[in-house]
Every structure is written in structure tokens, then in C-alpha cells.
Design a protein around this ligand. Structure first.
Ligand SMILES: [Zn+2]
Length: 327
């Protein structure tokens, strides 16, 4: 039996899912840690930490001096804590205090989720994130058809021609690289390995390096062929962690037509099992983020155990997998 901090639950750090008996049985040993009456609350089976960057001037009155590390310039304190650490209740209160004045207690944040081998082996799907680079195809001649985008949220513009990127910005030490516009580039090693292992649900489109007339033989654009993976309600979207995911600010990024869930993904991803088509790669149906300058809203990318195996066997670089849940 494990206590669930009601505040953390309320702000979405630990999504709680009510499970049927059958589902609870399936999840048993994989994270059903609390059973109370008829309701089974699922606590994520994961070592989860939150890495926060806090303005030191604001941190001092709220946090003990020995919590966190003051970074180089002395202006920012880095606080890395487990997400069940009670100090996050203090951080949440401080953030609410400063937000009410139009300021920020913490600016930068990042979740670090670590899994045991048993958890990774038991997972059905993973959410993949990629090494990112601050360029985008639009800088080099890639065009988007905005006509197809949703007038409410701006999501859904389609790429109208080939992806063009600056080769010098694509590190040869990576096999996957994602641009600001969420264009995903894969090395020829990825294309070859995915073909050899017969990875389904994916295609590789030619891309061109700026200044060249012919398609690159080193890099290709990786595209999932389906975007049917619907995110389940347990998926928490919002502007930042430790804030009310239903705040007015968060709601501004939610499309009334359902295309976009929010600015950021806050929790692990939960996918409706009935929407999963069994392919090895799929986009989420829903988007996160916004279209500002070169930035474009993104779909999540989910991959199967087979893709995890390919990544590990072939030592493909530039990708991180986080467990996602079919529910
Ligand atoms: Zn929309």
C-alpha cells in the first residue's frame, strides 16, 4: 500500500486510473500498488524525477539551502527530485504564488523516467523522443500547406514538398534527429535496419541537403503511416507540471475540436487500446505544442517492442524510449 499525495495527484503528476477487475489483474505486478474498496488506483511503476530550474532569488525563501544545486551564473538553482518528494508541494505552492503575479518560480523543467529491465520487457509500446536540432525545413525550402490546418488550433498543416535541411547541422553521431518543426530525419542505417527487421507502419521519404540537387543517400525523412493512436483521458496535458492542467492558460492550448490536447505532455502517454492497429510505429491522433515561427505542433510517436529491439541490437543513436500504456 502506497500513499498517494493528493496534491500531486490533483496536478497530474501521477495519473490515477480506475481499473476493472480484469485490467487490475493484467496490471498486477506492473504498478497496481493501492487497492481501496472497489476502486483500484494505478500508480505508475516507474522511477520518475522532475528536473526543475528555479530562479535562485525566489528559491531562497521557499526551499532549504541544501536542496538543489546553484548553477554556474548563480541566478538559477537546479532541483532534481523524485516526483513523490513532498518538497514538490512547496514548489507547486511557490509557482502558484509567482504565477499570480505574472512571474515564474521555475522556468525550465524536464521529467526523467527510468525503468527496470522487467518494466521495459513488459511494456507493450513506447513513446519515442529524439535528438533535436534547432533548424527546420522551412528555412531551406520545405513548404507547408496551411490550408489544411485547423482554424481553431493551427494543427494539421501538411508538408507539401520534400524535406530540405542543412547537412552540416545533422550530426553523424546520431541516427535520429528531429527539427523544430518535428520533421524526423533518420540515417541510412535506420532505413536499412528497419527494412531488414520488417518494421511496419513506417516509410522513408527522400530528403535533400541544402545546396544539392539530388536526394541525400545518408539521410531520409522518417514518417509513420498511421496517426490513429488515440490518447486516453489518463494522459495529462498542460503548460507545465505542478500546475492545474485545467487552468485557463492550459485550456487556451486545447482545441475544441479535439486536435490538440495542450502545450506539453506532462504525464506518461496512455493510448486507447482499441485504436492501436498493431503496427510497429504510429503517431498519436492528437497534437501538442503550437505553431510559432519555425515551431510546429507535434504528434507523439509510439513504437513497438520490435523497434526497441532494433534500436538496441543495431545501437541506433539519438532516440530515447519511455514506456507508454495501452488502456
Ligand atoms: Zn483544432
Amino acid at each position: 500500500m502506497r500513499e498517494i499525495d493528493p496534491l500531486l495527484g490533483a496536478v497530474g503528476l501521477r495519473p490515477e486510473v480506475r481499473l476493472s477487475d480484469e485490467e487490475a489483474y493484467q496490471y498486477n505486478g506492473r504498478g497496481v500498488l493501492q487497492v481501496s474498496g472497489a476502486a483500484r488506483l494505478r500508480v505508475l511503476p516507474v522511477k520518475e524525477q522532475l528536473d526543475l530550474r528555479i530562479v535562485e532569488e525566489y528559491a531562497r525563501p521557499w526551499l532549504p539551502d541544501d536542496r538543489g544545486t546553484i548553477m554556474g551564473s548563480g541566478i538559477v538553482r537546479q532541483l532534481v527530485v523524485d516526483t513523490d518528494d513532498p518538497i514538490l508541494a512547496v514548489v507547486a505552492e511557490a509557482q502558484a504564488h509567482y504565477r499570480a503575479m505574472g512571474q515564474w518560480f521555475f522556468h525550465g523543467w524536464n521529467f526523467r523516467r527510468r525503468y527496470s529491465k522487467a518494466e521495459l520487457d513488459a511494456a507493450e509500446i513506447f513513446q519515442a523522443t529524439f535528438h533535436s536540432v534547432e533548424i527546420a525545413g522551412e528555412d531551406y525550402g520545405t513548404k507547408y500547406d496551411e490550408y489544411r490546418a485547423c482554424p481553431m488550433c493551427g494543427c494539421g498543416a501538411t508538408q507539401a514538398n520534400e524535406l530540405v535541411l542543412d547537412r552540416k547541422r545533422l550530426s553523424r553521431r546520431k541516427d535520429f534527429i528531429e527539427t523544430l518543426a518535428c520533421e524526423l530525419v533518420a540515417s541510412s542505417r535506420v532505413a536499412e535496419a528497419f527494412q531488414r527487421y520488417e518494421v511496419s507502419g513506417v516509410r522513408f521519404d527522400a530528403m535533400r541537403c541544402a545546396g544539392s540537387d539530388v536526394s541525400s543517400d545518408e539521410w531520409m525523412q522518417l514518417i509513420a503511416t498511421s496517426h490513429d493512436a488515440r490518447l486516453a483521458p489518463a494522459t495529462v496535458a498542460g503548460c507545465r507540471p505542478l500546475e492545474d492542467p485545467n487552468s485557463e492558460e492550459s485550456a487556451r492550448y486545447r482545441c475544441p475540436l479535439g486536435h490538440r490536447l495542450g502545450l506539453n505532455l506532462i504525464s506518461e502517454a496512455f493510448v486507447e487500446r482499441s485504436s492501436w492497429d498493431g503496427k510497429d510505429v504510429a503517431y498519436s491522433n492528437e497534437y501538442f505544442g503550437s505553431h510559432q515561427g519555425l515551431l510546429r505542433p507535434r504528434r507523439l510517436i509510439f513504437v513497438s517492442q520490435k523497434v526497441r529491439e532494433v534500436i538496441e541490437q543495431e545501437k541506433l543513436r539519438g532516440v530515447t524510449l519511455e514506456v507508454a500504456h495501452l488502456v
